[in-house]
Write a protein that binds this ligand. Structure first.
Ligand SMILES: Cc1cc2nc3c(=O)[nH]c(=O)nc-3n(C[C@H](O)[C@H](O)[C@H](O)COP(=O)(O)OP(=O)(O)OC[C@H]3O[C@@H](n4cnc5c(N)ncnc54)[C@H](O)[C@@H]3O)c2cc1C
Length: 321
């Protein structure tokens, strides 16, 4: 029996979210006395054997040029084949964009119970119960799964990557693949050195910044912190910032370790996309702004005075000129 973990990648690089899923899956295997195994589709630029560092013993690699382009239907069928072959009873995905499309499909195919958005290890002492986020991260639910096979998608930044040492055996897997039903003709990538969904620190700004010409100071703060940039929806709607930076209910949902919100009121639709952040810092000149209720730390004051001082303090701390 195995706990099978899907190893997600972009342009041949394993995503940080996958390392979390590997650590999580390896810990489940330790709890249930099973073997943790990974599945990776297509080639990678990384040394797969070194992923044994996170506690997995084997990695099944389906090396097929057709799989370079992500296709949820094609991937689902292959993951189900690997799950069958390895006798997987728990299959773990990261709850990122690929995991969100794969986990339910794999669950249907394997007639498995699905827990999406898990935030903690399952309790396997009696049955199989898992804590998960509900209502866009505003509440938790503990759910019990009774099916023989369980599919779990783990919320990004919910489980600490644990290096336990070891090397994984990389095994080629001969899967039956089929031609995709949908052909991607072209794709364009958003530029930006730090991916918003993978970022540990995010600096986000809203309409309180008054206009796009004032973003230089936010960018400088983000650069000094090594943070990704985000914004509220009206900022993107007004074309002050690109839409890929818009976070919230209708934008990107993120869960960084630190979220710094500058001049954002904290409307419920904004919070829905950021309230899984571990630490929230709010800077707003209105002490009654709703965001302060969700904040771990708050500064009441004018962003135009605070941000330059904040940036200087960060630079000084980091020894950046
Ligand atoms: C269906 C629906 C979906 C939506 N989805 C999203 C979403 O995904 N993401 C999202 O963000 N919004 C979303 N919204 C919009 C949301 O309701 C709010 O309107 C929006 O989040 C407000 O953006 P804001 O906080 O930047 O602007 P405002 O509400 O205008 O707030 C600006 C804030 O800046 C502060 N401020 C002003 N000047 C300064 C200064 N000098 N220094 C410090 N602070 C200052 C003000 O006190 C105020 O709190 C959605 C709305 C709907 C109806």
């Amino acid at each position: 029996m195995s706990v099978l973990i899907f190893i997600d990648q972009t342009d041949g690089h394993i995503k940080k979210a996958s390392l979390e899923a590997l650590s999580y899956g390896a810990k489940i295997a330790e709890q249930t006395g099973d073997v943790a195994e990974g599945v990776v589709l297509s080639k990678t630029n990384e040394d797969l054997a070194s992923l044994g560092e996170y506690g997995i013993k084997k990695i099944h690699q389906v090396d097929n040029d057709q799989l370079q382009q992500f296709d949820a239907q094609v991937y689902t069928k292959i993951i189900a084949q690997v799950a069958d072959a390895t006798g997987a009873k728990v299959i773990v995905f990261s709850n990122n964009s690929s995991g969100k499309s794969l986990a339910p499909r794999v669950a249907v195919r394997l007639k498995a119970g699905l827990i999406s958005g898990a935030v903690a290890l399952p309790d396997t002492s009696s049955g199989f119960t898992v804590k998960k986020n509900v209502f866009s991260g505003k509440a938790f639910a503990t759910v019990s799964v009774n099916t023989e096979i369980k599919v779990i998608s783990l919320n990004v930044n919910s489980y600490t990557i644990a290096a336990v040492g070891g090397t994984a055996e990389v095994i080629p897997f001969n899967a039956t693949t089929e031609a995709p039903k949908v052909k991607v003709i072209s794709s364009s990538k958003t530029l930006g050195s730090i991916s918003l969904t993978e970022a540990e620190v995010v600096v986000s700004a809203g309409r309180g910044l008054k206009g796009p010409e004032n973003w230089a100071m936010v960018e400088e703060l983000a650069t000094s912190l090594g943070a990704a940039l985000a914004c509220s929806r009206p900022v993107a709607d007004s074309n002050w910032r690109p839409h890929n930076e818009h976070v919230g209910q209708t934008g990107v949902a993120i869960a960084p370790n630190l979220y710094i919100a500058v001049g954002i009121s904290g409307a419920i639709q904004h919070l829905a996309g950021v309230n899984r952040s571990k630490v929230i810092v709010v800077i707003n000149k209105d002490g009654e702004a709703p965001f302060f209720k969700a904040a771990d730390y708050g500064i009441v004051g004018d962003a135009f005075e605070i941000i330059p001082k904040f940036t200087q303090a960060v630079k000084k701390l980091k020894g950046i000129a």
